[in-house]
Design a protein around this ligand. Structure first.
Ligand SMILES: [Zn+2]
Ligand SMILES: [Zn+2]
Length: 344
């Protein structure tokens, strides 16, 4: 089968590999029907994910059809259409029991697929601990609607949940890339008083204005002044930083009002400075890190009810054989691209 493979720093290649087989009794084999390209794949390509193992098939956000299951799998059966969770988790360790599945202590726990074990930019993928890693897509939900459930939509949903958003809040989301947009779609479910999106790129601001007209878009140059003048207590009540650019962490805490919650889901390439003397007395709460992807069933149900729609984000679909071209377009941010998927 065809599988897009991490060869070495700077090089991914479409290789012919054997079809994966059931290795453990909790495994499932999924025939991939649609797989997306994520910014984290680009990070692997650039060598900035040290855990990524050369030789693995990349791709960690996909949907497909269950082909085969191990003897201990009970939730899914061959023929089921499923989303694949970016995180592998046992469901039994301390962290899993508390919902912190990103920190699962299983040897494949956390982000393994498409990083430490073979992922889904391929015709088939082996999903370990399949009862936790797969969720059945409702009949009325298309592959395109469900595609982002396991990764960026989970991230947006989690970021929104841990930010403890109420209907009284002004919520500032920094960055309108794919994760910022998913966060925006999920934040809207909490009905906050106001949602502000800070984004430097005009195309992306226009995209937000077109598809999520309830949000206000502001440039990074104007955001500090905007929140001072437009949020009742001198800053946003909740800030979610999803950009990960050079100055966006500073922007996040600067735009927060005293006693706000600042949630950082961005993945930075460089260390960030927390200048405590400058923020003394502002009494901020910071929440940071990578998604606990344990809400996929709820997300799928919200998609089914028409409450979350991220299909506008899927701007391009390529055949798997043309995946080099798909990466090039995504990396060069050409042609109005937000998210790209490949179809085996
Ligand atoms: Zn990802
Ligand atoms: Zn666990």
């Amino acid at each position: 089968m065809l599988a897009y493979t991490y060869i070495e720093k700077g090089l991914f290649e479409l290789k012919d590999k054997p079809k994966p087989e059931i290795t453990y009794e909790k495994d499932a084999i999924v025939r991939v029907t649609l797989a997306s390209i994520c910014t984290s794949d680009i990070h692997i390509k650039h060598g900035s994910v040290p855990r990524a193992v050369p030789g693995i098939t990349v791709g960690h956000e996909m949907v497909g059809v269950v082909e085969e299951t191990g003897n201990a799998v009970t939730k899914v059966k061959p023929g089921d259409r499923v989303t694949v969770n970016v995180e592998t988790f046992c469901g039994e360790c301390f962290f899993c029991k508390h919902g912190y599945v990103n920190n699962c202590t299983d040897k494949n726990g956390g982000w393994a697929l498409g990083c430490r074990i073979d992922g889904g930019q391929a015709e088939y993928v082996r999903v370990p601990l399949a009862d936790n890693g797969l969720d059945i897509i409702p009949d009325s939900v298309t592959d395109e609607q469900a595609l982002f459930t396991g990764d960026i939509l989970s991230t947006g949903f989690w970021a929104t949940r841990i930010s403890e958003i109420s209907t009284e809040d002004s919520v500032l989301i920094i960055g309108a890339g794919p994760t910022g947009l998913c966060t925006l779609a999920c934040a809207a479910l909490k009905n906050p008083k106001k949602i502000i999106v800070c984004e430097k790129d005009k195309f992306r601001r226009d995209f937000v204005n077109r598809h999520y007209p309830f949000a206000v878009t502001v440039t990074p140059e104007n955001i500090s002044q905007y929140v001072k003048s437009n949020c009742p207590n001198g800053g946003a009540d909740r800030v979610i930083e999803a950009a990960g650019a050079e100055d966006t962490f500073r922007l996040a805490w600067e735009c927060a009002r005293p006693n706000a919650i600042v949630t950082v889901v961005a993945l930075y390439e460089n260390p960030q400075i927390l200048p405590l003397p400058e923020m003394y007395g502002k009494n901020l709460t910071f929440k940071t890190g990578g998604v606990d992807g344990c809400d996929c069933a709820e997300i799928l149900s919200l998609i089914e009810q028409g409450k979350i729609d991220t299909t506008p984000l899927l701007t391009h679909i390529f055949a798997l054989k043309d995946i080099d071209e798909a990466y090039k377009l995504f990396e060069e941010k050409r042609d109005g691209v937000i998210k790209v998927a490949v179809k085996p």
